[in-house]
Design a protein around this ligand. Structure first.
Ligand code: ARG
Length: 462
């Protein structure tokens, strides 16, 4: 079964086979670009009239009909079908159906090759703004949490072993920094994609006297693309965006991994509320951190989208090839996934209660202030390597005698080094250890408070 006459039918003796129509069609997913396609066409028609390529009257008719079509799509009155092939053809077909021959003038000086890049650039420009706003909301939540937990001390880990005590606020702001870089990357990507592709036409430009700067102005593009071949072949901006999205997902995923671990009975550092967890169908006692796990899992899917676009692009001869139609599903999937994950994760944080008592208890164990003993000795003029060795011997002694660093007497300390004085007792509590790290980037309360203040300003600047 085949449907309808194709715009290219002049050269063809036979009509397209039904299964080819179905196979080549992208309307079921590129229909989401309809508003951008229409916005682009309105600007294009306006420019064509400005250049006398079509008459003002014709442009007016085209523009008002396109606006009607937009309303009808929004109301669900216009149904698309596979035979429409893609969103460009579907809208153009409808335009011609409504205003006849005049509708056929819209495609002057344009090809679907530059039209699709325009639609995707307009779409992604809007989505990047949304994703940036979502990431900023997450930043604000982290900031709020950092302020709230300024007194909470937790054990910091390296190699998943207790390492040194840190403020929970410092931990939250660590992710704050990662998400700041993510926002910068999005901004960067936006700068590169914010370029008008229309005018490249199929690949070589057009002989018609177009005014690309006018179209750019109408669509709020600060510049026009500089090479027509590059314009229709390039999908760097999609790869770049999905990479930025992958990093956001990776950051979310690492945070989620901690929340999953921390919500276990073994850690007990956090309780995620009932509303943001799910139960087990067999084990009545279970409360599972499924939202966090799903975000972790969906990270893999966005990486998949990145690999898909990179692989689609790698062997393409210049310039446009139909393979490029395959860019949209990974892009849309990455956008949908990162947006939904950012939104739910930010909400979930509101439903997390951090257990300060469990955290400080854990910070007291595991000899997490051993480095502070070594640094104490360095303060007394000892080379760090020797100080490290002495502190290590003290830990070994404690392990053998089942003691914590805080229950050693001064006498015991002095068996390892005579220079230990009473003040050692003040050094080895988690609180003292935390607050000794006062330098920029350190975990001391005063350093973290300063960062909180600056961070707040940084967020506003983004
Ligand atoms: N649907 C196509 C895409 O997404 C639009 C461009 C088609 N161009 C063509 N010459 N067949 O890439």
């Amino acid at each position: 079964m085949t449907t309808g006459k194709k715009p290219w039918s002049g050269r063809f003796q036979k009509s397209t086979a039904g299964n080819v129509e179905k196979f080549t069609s992208s309307i079921h997913y590129d229909r989401r670009l309809y508003s951008y396609d229409i916005e682009g066409s309105i600007a294009h028609a306006t420019m064509l009239a400005g250049q006398n390529i079509i008459s003002q009257k014709e442009a007016k008719k085209i523009v008002s009909t396109l606006k009607d079509i937009l309303k009808d799509i929004e109301k669900g009155k216009l149904k698309f079908m596979a035979a429409d092939e893609d969103i460009h053809m579907a809208i153009e077909k409808e335009l011609i159906k409504r205003i006849g021959e005049t509708g056929g003038k819209l495609h002057s000086a344009r090809s679907r090759n530059d039209q699709i890049v325009l639609d995707v650039r307009l779409y992604l420009r809007a989505e990047i703004k949304k994703i940036t706003a979502l990431t900023t909301s997450l930043q604000l939540r982290l900031l709020e949490m950092a302020k709230r937990e300024i007194k909470t001390i937790m054990p910091g880990y390296t190699h998943m072993q207790k390492a040194q005590p840190v403020l929970l606020s410092h931990y939250f702001l660590a992710f704050g920094e990662m998400f700041s870089r993510d926002i910068q990357r999005l901004k960067d990507c936006l700068g590169r994609l914010n370029v008008l592709p229309l005018g490249a036409a199929a690949l070589a430009g057009t002989g018609l006297p177009i005014d690309r700067n006018r179209t750019a102005k109408l669509l709020y593009f600060p510049e026009v693309s500089k090479n027509s071949m590059d314009t229709v072949a390039d999908r760097d901006f999609i790869a770049e965006f999905i990479f930025a999205a992958s990093l956001i997902m990776m950051h979310l995923s690492r945070f989620c991994e901690d929340l999953v671990l921390w919500s276990s009975d073994e850690f007990g550092f956090v309780e995620i509320s009932d509303a943001y967890t799910t139960g087990s169908s067999i084990m009545p006692q279970k409360k599972n951190p499924d939202v966090a796990e799903l975000i972790r899992g969906k990270t893999g899917r966005v990486y998949g989208d990145l690999i898909a676009i990179m692989t689609i692009l790698k062997g393409l001869p210049m310039t446009y090839n139909r393979d490029l139609q395959e860019d949209k599903e990974p892009l849309f999937d990455a956008v949908d996934t990162v947006e939904s994950c950012l939104a739910i994760f930010t909400e979930m944080l509101k439903h997390c209660e951090f257990n300060a008592a469990k955290m400080i208890m854990a910070a007291k164990g595991g000899f997490s202030t051993a480095t502070d003993i070594a640094e104490y000795l360095v303060g007394k003029g000892m080379p760090f390597r020797r100080a490290h060795e002495i502190a290590g011997k003290i830990v070994s002694y404690c392990l053998k005698n089942e003691k914590g660093l805080d229950n050693l007497t001064l006498k015991e300390f002095q068996t390892f080094y005579r220079g230990f004085a009473d003040d050692i007792k003040n050094i080895i509590t988690p609180d003292k250890a935390v607050n000794s790290r006062k330098h920029a980037g350190g975990t001391a309360t005063e350093a973290v408070l300063k960062r909180i203040k600056d961070f707040e300003k940084d967020i506003r600047k983004i």
